[in-house]
Design a protein around this ligand. Structure first.
Ligand code: FAD
Ligand code: UDP
Length: 385
């Protein structure tokens, strides 16, 4: 069976589908994509909730954004995007503040009416205990950016819930993702382009796979030797792009890489609007969840019911082997293991490791797609020609 294909792709997330689509369309190669889940699309998959008709992102809210012109051009071949602009609010001590931290957050928090310069000076005086360049961990980085009072209100306890690791033991980069602005601009992302696929993520993902040379086989685990498309059977017979967890590929020989997983609790409520916005964070430790998503607000242009809504509470914890891996924890010991796995990967010339799980990296969708386009250019096109 694998004799009839030119490439096997393990995993039908954005990385795997981009590889499959490029190899089929550009090179005329026959590609078999397998996924152990019973649906296409990896974590970007979404489905229509049968009770409300509202599109729900099963693995957590996914917002597309990019400043990469090549990725933007590429994704627009498969879907149009709405004009949705992502904004997030946070609840702290019974009061709602805008995120990311901006002039509105600062003035509300300090009960002030500062302009940009005065706010900057205030925050700088509170942040002076640590030089940004000296910050060695998440806490120090956050304090150096926003000062201790704002850090303790909006970051410390949320981060502790999200990572269950003291912020002093977390890498500074985690917090660098969040901008701090001295204007009232509360767009969550800074990118040139953002929006949601007009007819949903799954329609977009299905269009990427819709090619006569691409076959997608679901509910097929690459390590399950009771089915024919497995690691042992294929070894050395066909090129493989593997987007599952890299430690699993090598049977955890160098130890397990640590991941965070999420638990999602969905509820249909008999109201037209529960929270007035798509994502509300909960900054304080008394709420056990980190945030609540209300999916209707992602698509204000759709005709959703006015008497019910669906919300999803998000809880974070360390992943066990049987859990879905979501965020790489990336401690120094993880990085050591990853280097050892990368060495092992060099001894597998027919297998390319890619994507979030295959490289043990937090990748946004546009980054996963961009990385797949680069792998196609630099590795697959040359090796096939
Ligand atoms: P995945 O989507 O994880 O796909 C990997 C696939 O491989 C899965 O379908 C899995 O079932 C399959 N697989 C694994 N092992 C095997 C096996 N043994 N056999 C067969 N198949 C296997 N990005 C954004 O840009 N914006 C967001 O707002 C955003 N929000 C996110 C929220 C959460 C909670 C998470 C976890 C991620 C978020 N992302 C977001 C990131 C986005 O999900 C990733 O960029 C994208 O999923 C990466 O695609 P991928 O193909 O690398 O991995
Ligand atoms: N963060 C925080 N408070 C918030 C939102 C984010 O402390 O209200 C921190 C937290 O450490 C989180 C990081 O900023 O892990 C990145 O946040 P983002 O919303 O980008 O995370 P994601 O959507 O990937 O969970």
């Amino acid at each position: 069976m694998a004799k009839d294909v030119d490439l096997v792709v393990v995993g039908s997330g954005f990385f795997g589908l981009t590889i499959a689509e490029r190899c089929a369309t550009e090179l005329g190669k026959r590609v078999l994509v397998i996924d152990r889940r019973d649906h296409i699309g990896g974590n970007a998959y979404s489905e229509i909730d049968p009770e409300t008709g509202i599109e729900v992102h099963r693995y957590g809210a996914h917002l597309f954004h990019t400043s990469n012109p090549r990725v933007w051009e590429y994704v627009n071949r498969f879907t149009e995007f709405t004009s949705y602009v992502h904004k997030v609010y946070t609840t702290h001590r019974g009061e709602v503040f805008p995120l990311p931290i901006n002039l509105g957050t600062i003035n509300q928090f300090f009960r002030s009416a500062h302009g940009p310069d005065a706010a900057r000076a205030l925050v700088a005086s509170q942040a002076s205990e640590i030089e940004a360049g000296d910050a060695k961990n998440l806490e120090e980085k956050a304090v150096s950016l926003i000062g201790r009072p704002l850090y303790e209100a909006f970051i410390r306890d949320y981060t502790a819930k999200q990572w269950q690791t003291p912020p002093r033991e977390l890498p500074a980069e985690i917090i660098s993702r969040l901008p701090v602005r001295y204007t009232y601009d509360n767009r969550y992302f800074n990118d040139d382009h953002e929006g949601l696929p007009v007819d949903g993520y799954t329609a977009w993902l299905e269009r990427m796979a819709d090619h006569p040379l691409i076959e997608v086989r679901l509910s097929t685990d690459f390590f399950d030797e009771s089915q024919p498309i497995n690691k042992r059977a294929l070894a050395g017979t066909v090129p493989i792009v593997y987007t599952g967890p890299i430690d699993r590929y090598f049977d955890y020989s160098e130890g397990e890489l640590a991941w965070r997983t999420l638990d999602f609790e969905r509820e249909v409520l008999p109201v037209g609007d529960f929270q007035g916005t798509s994502v509300m964070n909960y900054a304080d430790p008394d709420a056990p969840f980190t945030r609540i998503h209300e999916f209707r607000h992602f698509h204000p242009e759709r005709d959703y019911p006015v008497d019910k809504t669906i919300v999803m509470r998000e809880f974070s914890r360390f992943a066990e082997r049987s859990d879905e891996p979501y965020y790489p924890v990336n401690t120094p010991s993880d990085r050591e293991k990853l280097l050892a796995y990368r060495e092992l990967a060099k001894s597998e010339p027919d297998v390319l490791f890619g994507g979030r799980l295959g490289t043990y990296q937090y990748l946004d969708m546009h980054m996963a797609i961009g990385a797949a386009l680069s792998m196609f250019d630099n590795r697959l096109r040359p090796s096939f020609s």
